[in-house]
Design a protein around this ligand. Structure first.
Ligand SMILES: Cc1cc2nc3c(=O)[nH]c(=O)nc-3n(C[C@H](O)[C@H](O)[C@H](O)COP(=O)(O)OP(=O)(O)OC[C@H]3O[C@@H](n4cnc5c(N)ncnc54)[C@H](O)[C@@H]3O)c2cc1C
Length: 172
């Protein structure tokens, strides 16, 4: 078995955009996702988001690159841009919440969740491995791929209700 991780870097056009730092990632305001250029936002893996908390006082932390963050950042930026265009207040903020099902095979998964912007250090918890987290992952994938409509809404309700029953905050 070969496990291969290709070099982790941003696309050339990002590096050449004038938005990126020397490492090739785009620094943004951690709450608004605004870049240093007016009316330009960046979301997802391409960003460099500094986290306020630390494990060691002299070691700054950056937000990990994950789809769950790209997704919630997209919602925030869409809301802010819509607000700016319509002239309404646009104060939606990315709060650093994230979650992840950790597949373990045999229909089992663990579940990690928490607030990555918590202080003095990120507040990330891990739920014991079980079948419900795997079921959550299956439903999440179906929801993600479902077109807008009744099926998507039902899947969303199932996931959020399941989250409440299991005592974990899941925002879609
Ligand atoms: C194996 C693996 C497992 C993962 N598992 C998880 C997980 O369980 N949970 C989780 O939250 N995250 C997970 N991630 C991370 C997640 O996939 C990424 O954080 C997420 O996809 C980032 O989304 P993005 O839109 O920022 O970037 P991307 O998904 O990388 O999208 C960037 C897009 O830009 C396109 N592009 C590049 N250059 C150009 C160009 N010049 N012109 C036009 N388009 C261009 C690319 O083709 C790509 O489609 C995983 C990643 C990997 C690799």
């Amino acid at each position: 078995m070969l496990v291969l991780i290709p070099p982790h870097r941003s696309a050339r056009f990002v590096q050449d955009s004038g938005l990126a730092n020397s490492a090739g990632w785009i620094p943004v305001d951690r709450n608004t996702l605004a870049t240093q250029h007016e009316n330009v936002y960046a979301i997802g893996d391409v960003t460099a988001v500094s986290m306020p908390g630390r494990w060691k006082p002299d070691v700054p932390l950056m937000l990990p690159k994950a789809g769950v963050f790209a997704h919630s950042q997209a919602l925030i930026v869409a809301e802010r841009i819509a607000g700016e265009i319509s002239g309404k207040r646009a104060d939606a903020q990315f709060c650093g919440d994230g979650f992840c099902m950790l597949e373990a095979g045999e229909d089992l998964a663990g579940f990690a969740f928490g607030n990555f912007f918590a202080e003095p250090s990120p507040d990330v918890r891990l739920k014991k491995i079980g079948r419900s987290w795997h079921l959550g992952k299956v439903l999440f994938e179906k929801w993600w791929l479902a077109p807008y409509g009744i099926r998507r809404s039902l899947l969303e309700s199932a996931i959020t209700t399941g989250g409440k029953i299991l005592g974990v905050p899941v925002k879609l």
